[in-house]
Design a protein around this ligand. Structure first.
Ligand code: FAD
Length: 405
């Protein structure tokens, strides 16, 4: 595996990266290391600012797996090391049945694991890495512009360079930027994708599933101890709905409840919420606590789940979609971010192979990556049935899956 080094021998090229989420930040870092001059636009404010942190008190965590770690290492071994210092390995699933029994199902025979990581920490670590690169004086600094939203994209002139209109979220002033090319990681509801469709005959499908998720939490025990085994991904599978929990460094677990929208919306009083959890997740309720459950269930947003299919992902060598913007997926395979990171690694490899000819690299990427992405989207959907139902059945024992929830 080769580390990313400055191989871009062409004239200094300016690249716009849209979206400073997990995939956008890693993309900006990787392209800077390739020798490009990068501007990164993010519609929200810097998540490291105190004011922003307070608004974002929820502690979503993610499972990072081999796919994602390999991409992090490809971009920067040291960054991968820093990230891996703050993860909790989950070596298997812990299945909680309705009687409160727990059964461990290991992911592999040799301690293979997926790793629980705080999403906010990972995003901030990627932004900190950008600051480190900028201070190092090696290569062009990455300009990060927060509070800036892409509101239009067109391709102008003979060279058809991407021209993006960006609006400042506070002053509402618009600015126009022209780039040699853009890489867009602006999430499942990508504005870039919308504008790109005026230029690309893009097949596109947005598929909502009838599942709602609500984030809950299991507090730490005395002295920041874990109340259940920290080295498992805990699942309470109940066929049509389920609860999961992933460990955090401070002894707590972030837990997520998944169900149909109808069920989630029918649990609209304290009594209904409590009775439902008493009936189906008695041991889970004891861990979460009654007051905590009611307040989280009522106050935390109810999230929808969507799958994004599109093809091709690029417009010539001028613009390409990556991450959830290109292949948003339901979270049941734990691969949305991992797959976004992998897409970046593959794109970088194709740029190298094509001597940084973006048109050839982007076309090759769209052609060769599509089928794999469609497979992983299908696996993500299939894994909901596996997690909510099959893990409790004998069928599961006949199969073995590593690198997934
Ligand atoms: P996003 O994280 O959506 O980032 C997009 C960024 O673009 C945002 O910062 C946004 O503010 C910005 N933006 C949007 N529009 C504009 C605009 N017009 N102009 C400028 N900026 C813009 N994945 C895993 O790998 N493992 C897991 O365990 C896992 N668990 C999950 C659990 C849940 C409940 C959910 C919902 C998802 C989970 N995922 C998981 C998926 C993962 O969260 C996503 O795949 C990942 O966050 C995608 O990263 P991204 O950078 O492509 O998009």
């Amino acid at each position: 595996m080769s580390a990313v080094v400055s191989l871009n021998q062409e004239k200094e090229k300016e690249v716009g990266v849209i979206g400073a989420g997990l995939v956008g930040c890693l993309t900006a870092l990787a392209l800077q290391k390739k020798g490009y001059k990068v501007i990164l636009f993010e519609l929200r404010q810097d998540p490291r600012l105190k004011s922003t942190k307070e608004k974002n008190l929820r502690s979503i965590n993610l499972a990072i797996s081999d796919r994602g770690i390999k991409a992090l290492k490809y971009v920067d071994e040291n960054l991968a090391k820093k990230v891996l210092d703050k993860v909790i390995p989950m070596r298997g699933r812990m299945i909680h049945d309705s009687k409160g029994n727990q059964e461990s199902q290991l992911y592999g025979l040799y301690g293979e694991s997926i790793k629980s990581i705080d999403r906010g920490y990972l995003n901030q670590e990627l932004l900190n890495e950008i600051d480190i690169i900028n201070k190092s004086g090696v290569g062009y600094p990455i300009e990060v512009l927060f509070g800036k939203k892409l509101i239009n994209l067109s391709f102008l002139g003979e060279e058809e360079n991407p021209t993006v209109t960006i609006v400042d979220q506070s002053s509402h002033q618009e600015q126009i930027f022209e780039f040699d090319f853009i890489v867009s990681a602006d999430g499942a509801f990508s504005a870039t994708r919308h504008y790109l469709q005026r230029y690309v005959r893009m097949t596109f499908k947005q598929e909502f599933i009838d599942t709602c998720y609500i984030e809950l939490s299991i507090p730490a025990g005395p002295g920041n101890s874990f109340l259940i085994d920290p080295n498992h991904l805990h699942i309470w599978p109940r066929d049509k709905f389920m609860l999961i929990a992933l460990p955090n460094q401070n002894g707590s677990f972030t837990s997520t409840f998944f169900s149909s929208w109808e069920l989630a919306e029918s649990l609209n009083t304290d009594t209904k919420i409590l009775n439902f959890f008493k009936e189906h997740f008695e041991d889970g309720l004891k861990l979460i606590g009654e007051d905590n459950l009611i307040s989280s269930f009522k106050n935390n947003p109810k999230g929808s789940l969507v799958q994004i299919h599109c093809n091709p992902y690029n417009y010539k060598g001028k613009a390409i979609l990556i991450g959830d913007a290109a292949h948003g997926m339901v979270p049941f395979y734990g691969q949305g971010m991992n797959c976004g990171f992998e897409s970046l690694r593959i794109l970088l490899e194709m740029l190298e192979k094509n001597n940084f000819n973006t048109e050839k690299a982007f076309n090759q990427y769209s052609k060769e990556r599509h089928q794999d992405l469609e497979v992983i989207l299908k696996l993500a959907l299939d894994n909901y049935n596996e997690m909510s139902h099959d893990v409790t059945s004998i069928v599961y024992l006949m199969r073995k899956k590593i690198d997934s929830f």
